[in-house]
Ligand binder design. Sequence first.
Ligand SMILES: *Cc1c(COP(=O)(O)O)cnc(C)c1O
Length: 226
Amino acid sequence: MIKENVGRVLKELPDNIMLVAATKARPVFAIEEAINAGIKIIGENYVQEAEEKFKVIGNKVKWHLIGNLQKNKAKRAVRLFDMLQTLDTMELASILDRECKKIGKIMPVLIEVNSGREPQKRGVLPEKVESLVKEIIKFENLRLMGLMTMGPLVSKPDEIRQFLKKTKEIFDRIKNSGTGGSDWSYLSMGMSDTYKIAIEEGANIVRIGTAIFGKRESLPTTAREH
Ligand SMILES: *Cc1c(COP(=O)(O)O)cnc(C)c1O
């Protein structure tokens, strides 16, 4: 099933779209099956869970952090991940930069935008993105490459479109002004039920879990580390 799902998703995606398999709460054997079917990048939400899976799966795929990062996990995160998609504060950027310096790593990062302006969600409010870009681009050991957004939970997939459009506008403004620098190129948005809309709206990274692995409700949710 996973094999067929990966095949179908890969076939549907245009060549220039990067597929990140969202693997939170998925067991290693399922992830291995997805990798055998052609998955090259996996997205994990929690550092601890990623570390455990990394022990088995290792470097045969790239690892992206797609969940919130706590400051006290920054040191471990920079050792494991190949990209951090959820940077949203100067303080975290500064800690990450310092931890990267210690190990001589330059970490690709995306800034997460709270495009739905949801008070309980992390991510930067739309009007604050540009000023954070100007600060983060100064860090020598972070390579700022673009934006990521989740958008709010909506009842119909098409209701997400306005939030993705808004994020694309911000992305383009920063690109066209040159503020984002020469590596500014990635826009990560769209999940299982919204990735086609996200691609129409300009995404070039999509993060897909359910459409590859099936519904998450049926799995134990022991993944949370706090
Ligand atoms: C779980 C998750 C996804 C994938 O969601 P699905 O609906 O299962 O495709 C994408 N992005 C983030 C940040 C996630 O936590």
